[in-house]
Design a protein around this ligand. Structure first.
Ligand SMILES: Cc1cc2nc3c(=O)[nH]c(=O)nc-3n(C[C@H](O)[C@H](O)[C@H](O)COP(=O)(O)OP(=O)(O)OC[C@H]3O[C@@H](n4cnc5c(N)ncnc54)[C@H](O)[C@@H]3O)c2cc1C
Length: 391
């Protein structure tokens, strides 16, 4: 064991055998079956649905859950797996993040036994696909401003409203939909809306320049009638939705080290080969300065990610720490991909190299699960005691 260009602090040495085994298994799968096609899926804006059964076989769907046939992986092992998927494409990693942290975890945390029995095994086996509908056309960073309403009727609920930018939304068999049941954010509850419910439409969002291989949808609820047991009974206010995001954001902070590392490796290889002014650009001081800075930034991001995972394992992870890690690591990954693109110069804009695809994808990762602004405000509130979200 020793420092390597993509692991300058030899964090690999601190992983358990089990964590390393999960990582290596997913790494082989990504090398063999994902990386060779990632650029094409991005270009064609196609999600590789054929891989879903393998995600299930690898134990990735619902990985941190310990019941209903799920793998019960520790956070580090699961997040290492996400990092490997992200090495290929953030859009592919997001399928697993959403299915797991934003669909299966809420059902596991807030669902009735009947809901868990109905959905968790099917979602774990990849026989059902799920999505998480919080964002609306006019409410993103401020989900308390949502307009989607669930109104109680004699024998159930009527759901009216719209959700936008919903990952896995076109194909989802079940949508976890957040709606107000009264006037304020305390009245927000989640409902399980099955595909095919009358008045429920799932429309793909097209012409994206980022997350092209990811399925992103508009969901519309036109007076959808739901039975009483569509309500996730444990959800109580916006805090329940934020708890799900808390679960997902940690994985994202860890995962983005994958796209950053893939881009840096690509830039190092390119710089060793590319000759200018009679020698490889890797031997130029200015290029080395960029590569060295990126190596250091990646090492720092990986230290943050691993600390986050170990805090989660110890049951001590706090929201402010997740905000710091999500904001810092996505910023760092974006900056790395931009600098790598710069080193690759003209070649960097082609799909022959993964750098610009990762860069474009990270623009989405920077926006979803809380923008940098939102996380700065969370951190600022922790430091000062003042909530400055409203200016
Ligand atoms: C590809 C993709 C997939 C997604 N998947 C999902 C999904 O599966 N489910 C889901 O529910 N959502 C999903 N989202 C939506 C995502 O979570 C939102 O885009 C995000 O929360 C930001 O909301 P917004 O785009 O409406 O931006 P806005 O909230 O309108 O923000 C616009 C700008 O204003 C800034 N801003 C907002 N409030 C403040 C403030 N108080 N102070 C300072 N600046 C502020 C923001 O940082 C941003 O720069 C996805 C988005 C994308 C692009």
């Amino acid at each position: 064991m020793a420092a390597t260009p993509l692991d300058l602090f030899d964090l690999d040495a601190s992983l358990t055998d089990e964590e390393r085994a999960v990582r290596d298994t997913v790494r082989r799968f990504v090398d063999d079956r994902v990386l060779p096609h990632a650029a094409e899926w991005f270009r064609k804006a196609e999600f590789p649905w054929q891989l879903v059964p393998t995600f299930a076989e690898l134990g990735l769907l619902g990985a941190p859950i310990a019941t209903h046939g799920c793998a019960g992986m520790n956070p580090t092992a699961y997040w290492l797996a996400l990092r490997e998927l992200e090495r290929a494409d953030s859009g592919i990693r997001s399928f697993v993040s959403v299915q797991t942290s934003l669909v299966m975890v809420p059902i596991s945390l807030f669902g009735s036994d009947a809901q868990k029995d109905r959905w968790l095994p099917a979602l774990q086996q990849g026989k059902a696909i799920g999505c998480f509908g919080l964002t609306e056309p006019d409410a993103g960073s401020d989900p308390a401003a949502m307009r989607t309403r669930a109104t109680k009727t004699g024998d159930g609920w009527r759901l009216t409203g719209a959700k936008r930018w919903i990952t896995n939304g076109t194909r989802a068999d079940v949508a976890v939909v957040w709606a107000k049941t009264g006037d304020d954010a305390n009245s927000i509850r989640a409902f399980l809306v099955p595909r095919g419910a009358s008045g429920f439409t799932q429309t793909p969002m097209e012409r994206k320049l980022s997350f092209r291989c990811s399925d992103t949808a508009d969901l519309c609820f036109d007076d959808v009638r739901l039975p009483d047991d569509a309500l996730l009974p444990g959800t109580k206010g916006l805090g329940s939705a934020l708890k799900c995001l808390f679960e997902a954001r940690g994985g994202i902070a860890f995962a983005v080290c994958g796209s950053a590392a893939a881009s840096l490796q690509c830039a190092i290889d390119f710089a060793k080969e590319r000759v200018a002014f009679g020698k490889p650009i890797a031997a130029m001081q200015l290029v080395q300065g960029k590569l060295a800075t990126m190596g250091v930034e990646l090492a720092k991001a990986q230290l943050v990610a691993l600390s986050l995972a170990r805090l989660k394992e110890a049951g001590r992870l706090e929201p402010v720490q997740v905000s710091i890690a999500k904001m810092n690591n996505v910023r760092c990954a974006l900056e790395i991909t931009r600098t790598c693109r710069d080193i690759l110069a003209a070649n960097g804009i082609t799909e022959e190299y993964p750098v610009m695809r990762h860069m474009n994808n990270l623009e989405t990762v920077s926006t979803y699960e809380g923008t940098s602004d939102v996380h700065l405000l969370v951190i600022g509130q922790f430091l000062t005691g003042h909530a400055a979200f409203r200016g």
